[in-house]
Ligand binder design. Structure first.
Ligand SMILES: Nc1ncnc2c1ncn2[C@@H]1O[C@H](COP(=O)(O)OP(=O)(O)OP(=O)(O)O)[C@@H](O)[C@H]1O
Length: 262
């Protein structure tokens, strides 16, 4: 179980998260929806051990994965995928080399040829699965599209044999057709590999397509949660009521690409 218990985060006198609790089943996809500034990224960064007290953040409460406390340091069983695929890779090396970097850091060693060959076979298999030509591994990020880079970012997370993925707006920076393809691929990873995910997003259509349950975050507090069908039918929180209204009244009622494929 991925659990957050009574989590509050402050910076100076400002409260960013206020007594947030949520429970996500390990093999399910759980969504966290909130407007800009509601505290989504703060929660995401804290779960990855990226919110240092030395930067002025004070927090109390618990984040745990299968009983193991998170929040002070990065746990390799939990792998992140970030919103901006261009920002996720260095411009100074080819993708094939960059994909091996987290493994080198994790094992704190230079990989020998046998290890590199083994990892390259895994990378080749994953490229095949994501329909990424292996020739792209010789390219730098400047030579790839946003969709290709985001697939490589997901592939890099999977190479670490994670038990759970944390995704921060994984499709927001992509065009709608690529969004749909990546949403489908993430669903397939969840179903075939039984890999659970927590997805942070402001996109109700995307989350309702992807998730088994959704939590609503408003101004640092969870105001509602449930399965997408129930939430869309009877939204209780102000944010969800606004989003459902906007969805029904924008562009003549056209739904987002991810939602329409549901
Ligand atoms: N170091 C900081 N100092 C002051 N305020 C901060 C700091 N970090 C975050 N905040 C504030 O906390 C609130 C939540 O920020 P956070 O980035 O978590 O929101 P978010 O929901 O991820 O927004 P977005 O979707 O725009 O990324 C914001 O109002 C932000 O300005």
């Amino acid at each position: 179980m991925f659990k957050i218990k009574n989590l509050s985060v402050h910076i100076g006198k400002r409260t960013i998260l206020n007594d947030v609790s949520l429970e996500a089943k390990p093999k399910e996809i759980t969504g966290l929806i909130g407007k800009s500034g509601s505290g989504k990224s703060t929660l995401f960064r804290l779960a990855l051990g990226l919110l240092p007290k030395s930067d002025g953040y004070e927090w109390n409460g618990e984040i745990e994965w299968k009983g193991e406390m998170l929040g002070n340091q990065h746990c390799p069983k939990i792998q992140p995928v970030f919103q901006d695929p261009f920002g996720s890779f260095s411009p100074y090396n080819i993708i094939g080399e960059l994909l091996l970097e987290p493994l080198k850091v994790q094992k704190q060693l230079v990989l020998n040829q046998e290890m590199i060959d083994k990892e390259n076979t895994r990378i080749g298999n994953l490229c095949h699965r994501f329909e990424l030509p292996v020739s792209l591994l010789k390219n730098t990020k400047q030579e790839l599209s946003g969709g290709q880079l985001q697939r490589f970012a997901i592939l890099r997370a999977l190479l670490m044999n994670p038990e759970y993925l944390l995704l921060d707006e994984p499709v927001t920076a992509l065009d709608v057709l690529v969004q749909k393809k990546i949403a489908e691929e993430l669903k397939e990873i969840n179903q075939k590999d039984s890999l659970g995910m927590l997805i942070v997003s402001h996109d109700l259509g995307f989350l309702s397509y992807m998730c088994d349950q959704i939590f609503v975050l408003e101004e640092g507090s969870i105001t509602e949660f449930g399965n997408p069908k129930q939430l869309l039918k009877h939204p209780q929180s102000k944010l969800l009521q606004e989003l459902v209204f906007a969805r029904n009244h924008s562009f003549g009622g056209v739904t987002s690409s991810s939602e329409s494929s549901n």
